[in-house]
Design a protein around this ligand. Structure first.
Ligand code: SF4
Length: 309
């Protein structure tokens, strides 16, 4: 609820901008946020891009419009800044599917393996990992890390996608993104039938049988880059529909078709302009990471930066 009582969306927008200026706050929005939040943000991008922007910026406060683990990553990379998330209930079900105890258990079963953890994970899981990866650098990290056996957490679909391109043994976690998992082969067949002339690009968090049918398999950042340079006229987008706002802004001449109407992450849609406004007024909710956890997670994130040169 907006505690200011402002009703007009234009007034809310102006009030957010004024408050952000006064408080030296930088507003970051993930590519899956609603259009109004993306439009008011200083930067939009994927979780790692945004965490890096937060670390390089000299703002006093970072307002992270995304899900909790993303705000945690920003806090890990810039511990001196006040990082706030407008809705602390905006979690990531995939990140919650694997806890630190699962990592320790898998390490005990496979003592010769190294742990590569997708950035979509809690700070506590990152802290027990050898290295972090993103969907765009996962294969590179797996290839460059000094081990033939890799415990890959938490996303079983991204793990299985990486396994297609490496001779190393991937031991996948049990996690998955419910939003991407819901998109089935049958859904893809149906949308392709309606748009036979469209190129299909999907995120590697999708099911393997969906990945099999796609023309391109891209991270969100790679989708945006591809859209900006391709001559293709029509693209079916196999990821959260919020990305279409960004894709349309970089390539307005392309027709982007959501792969299914249900490609919506409810957690990514918890933040709206009123929620953002209230969080700026109250400077809530502050995201902090325990110093010991931060040290371990920071080490694993640094390792990723070293290996993904
Ligand atoms: S889209 Fe999936 S991975 Fe991303 S925040 Fe939502 S549940 Fe988590």
């Amino acid at each position: 609820m907006d505690v200011s009582g402002i009703q007009n969306p234009l007034d809310v927008t102006a009030a957010i901008k004024k408050l952000a200026r006064e408080k030296k706050a930088l507003i970051l929005a993930h590519n899956y946020q609603i259009a109004e939040v993306q439009d008011i943000a200083d930067h939009t991008g994927d979780s790692l891009e945004l965490a890096r922007i937060a670390a390089k910026n000299d703002a006093d406060m970072i307002v992270f419009c995304g899900v909790y683990f993303m705000a945690e990553s920003a806090s890990i990379l810039s511990p001196e800044k006040k990082v706030i998330i407008p809705d602390p209930e905006a979690g990531c079900p995939m990140a919650d599917m694997v806890g630190p105890e699962d990592v320790m258990e898998m390490k005990a079963i496979h003592p010769d393996a190294q742990v590569v953890t997708y950035i979509n994970s809690s700070a506590a899981v990152k802290a027990c990992s050898d290295v972090i990866c993103t969907s765009s650098n996962a294969l590179k990290i797996v290839e460059r890390i000094d081990a033939d056996k890799i415990i890959f957490l938490p996303d079983k679909n991204l793990g299985s996608y990486v396994q297609r391109f490496t001779k190393k043994t991937i031991i996948p976690g049990k996690g998955f993104c419910p939003t991407h998992e819901k998109f089935t082969r049958e859904d893809l067949i149906a949308v392709k039938r309606m748009h036979p002339d469209a190129l299909v690009m999907v995120h590697p968090e999708c099911r393997p049988e969906v990945v099999d049918m796609a023309d391109k398999v891209f991270s969100t950042g790679q989708m945006v880059e591809f859209a900006a340079r391709t001559g293709v006229k029509k693209i079916i987008v196999g990821t959260e529909t919020g990305l279409i706002h960004k894709l349309s802004s970089v390539a307005p001449e392309i027709e982007f078709i959501p792969a299914t109407g249900s490609f919506i992450c409810p957690n990514m849609k918890k933040i709206n302009l009123d929620v953002l406004h209230t969080s700026l007024i109250e400077e809530q909710t502050v995201v902090t990471v325990d110093p010991l956890v931060r040290e371990g997670a920071g080490r694993a994130l640094e390792r990723m930066l070293e290996l993904s040169y």
